[in-house]
Design a protein around this ligand. Structure first.
Ligand code: NDP
Ligand code: MG
Length: 388
């Protein structure tokens, strides 16, 4: 019997994936890397496979299968390709925890498979909970599966809750850095460039989440993620801008006491905590020094300028497939912005129109989520085509 914890990293070639590999590398006696997966970056997947020797790798882009297969022919590593393989590979008996570090809607199906197979989930892919939080949390409950958050704010809340699981939460505060456009007016946002939007002040992340952070959509998605992870109502979740990104989030309990989790912004810490909970393993990550941060500041987000945040609260209240439609619209909009087909402000405008025009199906089945996603993407693409 393998006493080490078997780990599957979905999206190992991304920002979270590569940082997770650094974490695993530090504790060879604790973790057993079983699965690595990539979307299109075959070269990095091959490099990672040769270095870390997982049991299996999956390249989602099937046209790259032969390349990966050829590069790893002499190794004792199973090579698979395609979406179905991504779902099957997480079901292996040797896998204990699945780290979902894929970006976007693509994370939904493999996460469902992993939960159905009874695997512990370390969830970075927030879109999964945004799209289908109702279905995912219900399924996880049925299967007795724990979902541990990787997102730094949610990890912070989770860390504050350790030892308090039976004490009701009165309220949580999710902190937001405010992104590169904090303090900008609507007028100033009209002319911001892609390069400016890609420059996050405190975190280095994948392109999609970096744009989401600049538009505050990321915080909106996190509000919805928090609702499902911690079973909260809309009025129990608040967002506060904290430009230094040292206080990662706060919980307020029913006696009025507040707990915050603090530390330097480094995703390796929440990744590691999700993989080792309830243990805290020693690290040599740089430590926080109060003298480097004589002031920690807090301010209200500007909801009149950054409309995505209110939109997220709205779809949360609407329930059903509304958040799924918002997520789909936003994925298409961000992709169009990254390809310089629409302007920064058009992201939120497009999201709003798609949500307004989408049918909201209550108590949706998996198929209805898929349908809502397809419809919203189609609508978003049509709107973009019209403006170009
Ligand atoms: P990246 O873009 O850096 O990485 C995404 C990963 O997913 C890559 O391995 C990519 O493969 C893979 N991928 C993308 N599309 C597909 C697809 N259609 N099918 C299969 N695989 C795919 O993203 P991040 O690491 O920044 O983010 C990952 C998730 O974690 C997101 O949901 C994000 O919101 C969340 N998160 C990220 C944080 C961060 O600091 N980066 C912080 C908190 C949450 P390839 O590159 O090979 O194509
Ligand atoms: Mg976050």
């Amino acid at each position: 019997m393998n006493s080490k914890k078997g780990i599957a990293i979905l999206g190992s070639t991304g920002s979270i994936g590569t940082q997770a590999l650094e974490v695993l590398e530090s504790y060879p006696d604790y973790f057993d890397l079983q699965v690595l997966t990539a979307g299109k970056n075959a070269d990095l997947l091959i490099e990672q496979a040769l270095k870390y020797h997982p049991n299996s790798v999956v390249i989602s882009d099937e046209s790259l299968y032969q390349k990966v297969k050829d590069a790893l022919w002499a190794e004792d590593i199973h090579v698979y390709a395609g979406e179905q393989a991504l779902c099957q590979v997480v079901e292996s008996n040797e896998v204990h925890t699945v780290l979902t570090a894929l970006v976007g809607y693509a994370g939904l199906k493999p996460t469902i498979h992993a939960i159905e197979a009874g695997k512990t989930i370390a969830l970075a892919n927030k879109e999964t909970l945004v799209v289908a939080g109702e279905l995912i949390t219900k399924l996880a409950k049925e299967k007795g599966v724990n979902i541990y958050p990787v997102d730094s704010e949610h990890s912070a809340i989770f860390q504050c809750l350790v030892g308090e699981f039976h004490n009701p939460i009165e309220k949580i505060y999710l902190t937001a850095s405010g992104g590169p456009f904090r303090g900008f007016t609507h007028e100033q946002l009209k002319s911001v460039s892609l390069a400016q939007a890609l420059k996050h002040p405190n975190w280095s992340m994948g392109a999609k989440i970096t744009i989401d952070s600049a538009s505050l959509m990321n915080k909106g998605l996190e509000v919805i993620e928090a609702k499902w992870l911690f079973g909260l109502r809309t009025d129990q979740i608040d967002v506060i801008v904290h430009p230094q990104s040292i206080v990662h989030s706060l919980v307020q309990f029913e006696d009025g006491s507040m707990k915050a989790q603090m530390g330097l912004p480094d995703m390796k810490l929440p990744i590691q905590f999700a993989l080792t909970f309830p243990q805290r393993l020693p690290t040599n990550f740089p430590r926080f020094n109060f003298m480097d941060y004589p002031q920690l500041t807090f301010e209200a987000p500007d909801r009149s300028v950054f409309k995505n945040l209110d939109l997220a609260f709205q779809v949360m209240d609407m329930q059903g497939t509304a958040a799924c439609s918002l997520n789909a619209a936003n994925e298409v909009a961000v992709d169009a912005f990254l390809n310089e087909k629409i302007s920064f402000l058009e992201i939120a405008e497009l999201n709003q129109v798609v949500v307004q025009e989408s049918m909201n199906v209550l108590n949706p089945s998996y198929e209805q989520y898929v349908e809502a996603d397809t419809q919203a993407r189609e609508k978003a693409r049509q709107l973009i085509a019209k403006t170009n």
